[in-house]
Design a protein around this ligand. Sequence first.
Ligand SMILES: [Zn+2]
Length: 227
Amino acid sequence: MADSVFLSAGHGGNDPGAVGNGLKEKDINLQTLLGCKAELERHNVKVFSSRTTDENDGVYEEVREAIASGVDLAVSFHTNAGGGNGFEAYCNTANPDGVRFSKLAEKYIKALGQNSRGVKDGTHLYFIRETPMTAVLLECFFIDNAADKNIGDTRAEQRALGVAYAKAILEYMGIDYKGNIPAKPAPSEPSKKLYRVQAGAYADYANAEKMRDKVIAAGFAAFISEE
Ligand SMILES: [Zn+2]
């Protein structure tokens, strides 16, 4: 299945993953997955997800689900800790497809302004070692670094990280990215512009009142406002 992918949001439920700066890794990974999934589905890519809510989902189960999905590419979203700074991608560096996808993920994360520590061998990681398909584990930023966490410490930013990863998956699959359609009001939608009619401006309040009363007497609404 070329146009399908398995996505995993690392940790979840009782396992928060890394914590720091008031953030929990499991939440960041989930929002990243949801942002990625929506963007891929907008491009008709079939997405298998390890979880779409905050639930227990250990790496053994993730790998079992990835294998059951029968896809050619499995991507696991994580958030780093340990005092570093920047994005990292882990894959089996002996697998050219793994390296190719890792470099695409790096390219689109860098486009968000994030720095990269590069593509590294991850064959010591269970998710990469035990999956028969091309598997990549992505660490978007360091949760315990006060500066690095700024790339993803809001839900909107976490979704944007997911969109960046989706762009990498689309390019990997050879699918053109459809840009967001600019928001234009539909032709039938009435104009929201307001046109205000002014009858006059008076330095003297009594004169303003006189004009207001004339307008009201003529059958129109009128009010006095200060400038
Ligand atoms: Zn993790």
